[in-house]
Design a protein around this ligand. Structure first.
Ligand SMILES: [Zn+2]
Length: 413
């Protein structure tokens, strides 16, 4: 049921088909983010209309709410969210370590403090101590990482949860996405070389445990990607690529590459040198238009990124080159500014997405954004995802006809 076939190469860039039990994905593909089992503000039928092929949902969020059993009882994510196309779920590790740990809220130090602990009893003793105090810590968040497990505090209600590679696999099995990811530890660019190396070996051990558990649970309806980590260090990325390639993973995920543009391109370069070319490659959490060109040219087949939908909700609309999108204006314009108040032309005059072809004007969406009317978010989200699909279709066609550089020039200048 699962197959990945490349039909054409141009250099390292390639176009092909990724087959899953819920349908085929033409690659390279953009993957909209459906964190809470929904792409915010739009319905599955909108996604079908704009030809979205594959969604990624977040295991951590869905595990906490509504809970895996609710989703499992509904027939998994496909039944629950009424999206019949292919779905990916992440391992939950990234959110556990960022939201659970509250890195963004200054509790990253806690992670750092305990991250090196290989002594589970110490970790558990600390958690027990906190629980025995009737632990609902109001302002702090906690996440303890050991070689065995992650113990974290829910960002929703302060309850403690334990996460292991085996548990991530069990949860992802119940969620029922077509493609699941092994549990890894995503390091931040702030981590030093010593920690990144230690963390990489922990990730590899977790990924080995993930695949053992996954194969035991295997029902042929899912496949698994391993994840390449290793921070901004060439030798670690090379080692990690070799690890994922040599294990029984169907695909390769590239994690932790969001450092800055230059480092990201270096990372893609190092990883691409070690790829066999047989497995589909997914770049996690990155999908700016320039990033997509950089990735495609290094052999990346799919990209997930929340930006096109996130920026839509603040009134930023994406512009293809047909509507004046350039690298300089970041392929976007903010529709909420005063200059569009009386502009009766569509969001993109040459766009052709459902929002634009139905005739919704800049003036109207400008008003909706100012009034925080929900229809505004729907219209801009549909438009932005359509522009991403247009980009990907052009890239696929460009590779197939050996003229990717022309597509690149059209979009990137
Ligand atoms: Zn449009």
């Amino acid at each position: 049921m699962f197959q990945f076939n490349v039909s054409h190469f141009q250099g390292k860039a390639r176009t092909g088909r990724l087959s899953t039990p819920h349908g085929e994905i033409l690659t390279p593909a953009f993957v909209p983010v459906g964190t809470q089992a929904t792409v915010k503000s739009i319905r599955p039928r909108d996604l079908l209309e704009i030809k979205s092929q594959l969604l990624i949902c977040n295991t951590y969020h869905l595990y906490l709410r509504p809970g895996v059993d609710v989703i499992s009882n509904a027939g998994g994510l496909h039944g629950f969210m009424n999206w019949k196309g292919p779905i990916m779920t992440d391992s939950g590790g990234f959110q556990v370590l960022s939201l659970g740990a509250g890195i963004e809220h200054g509790v990253g130090k806690t992670v750092k403090l305990f991250a090196d602990s290989t002594d589970d009893s110490r970790v558990e003793a600390l958690v027990d101590m906190k629980k025995s105090r009737g632990e609902i810590i109001t302002k702090e968040k906690f996440c303890f990482v050991s070689d065995e497990r992650i113990i974290f505090k829910s960002h929703l209600d302060g309850t403690f949860h334990e996460w292991t590679p085996e548990k991530s696999m069990e949860i992802q099995s119940k969620l029922g996405a077509d493609i699941v990811f092994a549990l890894d530890e995503c390091t931040s660019p702030l981590h030093n070389r010593e920690y990144t190396e230690k963390s990489l070996h922990r990730s590899h051990a977790w990924e080995e445990r993930s695949i053992v558990k996954f194969r035991k649970l295997h029902n042929k309806a899912q496949e698994i990607y391993g994840i390449v980590q290793g921070g901004p260090y060439e030798d670690l990325r090379t080692e990690s690529t070799k690890f994922v390639e040599s294990h029984d993973f169907f695909g390769v995920g590239i994690g932790g590459a969001l450092v800055n543009k230059t480092v990201m391109e270096d990372i893609l370069d190092w990883v691409s040198k070690g790829l066999s070319g047989k497995k589909p490659v997914h770049l996690l959490g990155i999908g700016g238009i320039d990033d997509i060109f950089a990735g495609v040219e290094k052999g990346v087949d799919s990209f997930d990124c929340a930006d096109p939908t996130r920026i839509a909700r603040r009134g930023d609309i994406l512009l293809s080159p047909d509507d004046g999108g350039t690298r300089k204006n970041r392929w976007r314009a903010n529709i909420a500014v005063a200059e569009f108040r009386d502009d009766l032309t569509p969001l993109g005059i040459n766009c052709g997405c459902p929002s634009c072809s139905e005739g919704f004007s800049k003036s109207y969406v400008n008003h909706l954004m100012w009034s925080r009317e929900l229809t505004g978010y729907t219209l801009t989200t549909i438009h932005n995802l359509f522009v991403m699909e247009k980009l990907m279709a052009e890239i696929r066609e460009g590779i197939a006809e050996n003229k990717l550089e022309k597509v690149r020039e059209r979009w990137m200048g």
